[in-house]
Design a protein around this ligand. Sequence first.
Ligand code: 2RA
Length: 329
Amino acid sequence: MKVAVVGATGMVGEVMLQVLAERNFPVTTLIPVASEKTVGKEIEFNGTTYKVVGLQTAVDMRPDIALFSAGGQTSLDWAPKFAAVGTTVIDNSSAWRMDPTKKLIVPEINASELTKDDKIIANPNCSTIQMVMVLAPLHKKYHIKRVIVSTYQSITGTGVKAVQQLENEYAGVQGDMAYKYQIHRNAIPQCDVFEENGYTKEEMKLVRETQKIIGDKSIAVTATAIRIPVVGGHSEAVNVEFANDFNLSDIRELLHHTAGVVVQDNTDTYTYPMPLFAQDKDDVFVGRIRRDESQPNSLNLWIVADNLRKGAATNTIQIAEYLVANHLV
Ligand code: 2RA
């Protein structure tokens, strides 16, 4: 497979290269792609040195697959150019996610929707992926009516500049500011920009993408997304109201047998998911599973995952693995 990684020198791009190697994805030729100012930079991959190339050069090399993590505008401008030469694009930006002609895929949930005709495939937002990994199997069995989610999101979701600001604040040095407020010792009630309705784009992604991936617009979702000074992954407090009643042991059993989900739930041993321990792992961890005693047929959950891995790079590569395994590329 000739594989292009567009945004190869960025935070998610670097994790993509790491995960491609870890999972022995069948890369015969790697095409690392980045902005013109980075062209020529050398990248080591699987014992071979590659030079970063520009976008048009990458298109001209006609990769089989192009994994994008380079921002929405680059995706809008260049994904169609790759698709036009026969490349299958899997894009991490929000550019194509809500396009009705594009598939929004979490392999464990809806990879079966994919066909050879899908040349631009959208990877969902990180905070959506980890939530639907847990909600999708529950919806199948108990039918979700409403979801209330509060997220506690890693600073890595904002990007390198924010991580650097956090490190500078701990070191007591002044540097570039990704946020106008200090990040450490703080919780910022804003992830991404605000929309007309007073919600942030991040919060509305949790609403819209959840409905599209699970395939049920009747699921009511409301979200509050908070940025906190951790680096290991995103955490989410999720309250779910079902149409049908349940018992907790069945819920735990169902999630325990869900591929890609690990139940960590024992208050006697203080066992519950935490970003410190989710970092660099590909599973979605769920715990604090308990009935919402204030509301019939309702459940509280705590969900944690590494936002750079299952939330971005690994999910993208799992989509690519599905395409290869099913001869769709
Ligand atoms: C964030 N999910 O965490 C968004 C984009 N990575 O900021």
